[in-house]
Design a protein around this ligand. Sequence first.
Ligand SMILES: C[S@@+](CC[C@H](N)C(=O)[O-])C[C@H]1O[C@@H](n2cnc3c(N)ncnc32)[C@H](O)[C@@H]1O
Length: 417
Amino acid sequence: MKKTVIELFAGVGGFRVGLNNITTIDENGRAIENGPFTFVWANQWEPSTKSQHAFDCYNIRFPHAVDNSNIDISKVDKKSIPDHTLLCGGFPCQDYSVAHSLSSSHGIEGKKGVLWWQINDILTAKKPAFVLLENVDRLVKSPARQRGRDFGIMLRCLSEQGYAMEWRIINAAEYGHPQRRRRIYIFAYHKSTKYYKAMKKSSPAEIISKTGVFAKEFPVEEINAKSIKEFDFVNGYKDLVEVSDKFHAAFENAGYMIGDKVYTVKTKAIETAPITLGEIAESNGVDAHYFLSESQRKKYEYLRGSKKIPRVDKNGHEYIYAEGSMSPYDELSLPARTMLTSEGTTNRSTHIIMDPKNGKLRILTPVECERINQFPDNWTNSGMPEKRRYFMMGNALVCGIIKKIGIQINNIIEKED
Ligand SMILES: C[S@@+](CC[C@H](N)C(=O)[O-])C[C@H]1O[C@@H](n2cnc3c(N)ncnc32)[C@H](O)[C@@H]1O
């Protein structure tokens, strides 16, 4: 089996950086790939801006004039995508609900612009052996009024397409990485693979705590098989529309799905000490514009302080919006908090550190943000404005997590024919 990969919603290429263990850029700005995977196609298109900074960055680091696609994924003819063994991508948590389509009583229609359906169409057209996805952790709980529905829809789609899958919500800092970013990782494998046949012999408890891809790289404390919850998202639900209308479940941070059953249990990480902000911070001095002026310092003091603000909701009801206080700056002895796309703007969630050289308060530099996600230094220094470099890192992922998952996927593919 070839180690071919496609990267969807590629952004600035976090999956590729992780899977191919990229740590350096050469003098022409190209990534030096050290890993075993051959990327045969990537797609990235930013709907909200005319400029395509993420794609431009991807294309500079991985120049493949033909194989990097910069169009809306919904406009791509899925059959034209090159054959691949692994499909990977980080996609948004949206409303995955479906209804019967009006045009045909048999058709099923998801909401327009919901990117899960694009992934599902590629699975139908290309049937890759393996799938690796990343999403925000609330995916398993959405929507609030029908908890677990969206994840149930995903499970049903994957199951109908012949996949088994496991998932884990991982806080990167608990496993030695520099950011407390909590994300769900999903690994699916098709029933035609040797791996599927081998895993079928394991119990859900073994897969979740010992033999699965996640358990091997991200160890968890022993689980009690009796605490595993089991849900059926096939029997009792005629089609996806019925899953969409009726399914709900309390999914935990780990689980396994095969056939018509899904098993879920709360796991506890066996932790490794994280990389700290102090370890990734630039220690030889940074440009003056990263330091806080007196008025900015006061603004951050307010933003990070506790407050109670009277507000009016959209129905005209008055309420008090309250938030607690944060420490005035982020401790260098701790890992970073979750980086958001607003990082670097005057915002409560922007990191503020005490500069290691002169002790003055400042925001992070774009290079420090890249380090927090374990990208090579200056990865996004590809011609985009500095503001966008922060944005890209808020959208990206902790590449070190993908690197570890990639080691396991590589081992699995080696054992296939
Ligand atoms: C969460 S980010 C993924 C970031 C990526 N994993 C990385 O390491 O940079 C999702 C990406 O999907 C892209 N996107 C959104 N809608 C799209 C569409 N319709 N077609 C293609 N890409 C899309 C966004 O521009 C964004 O870069």
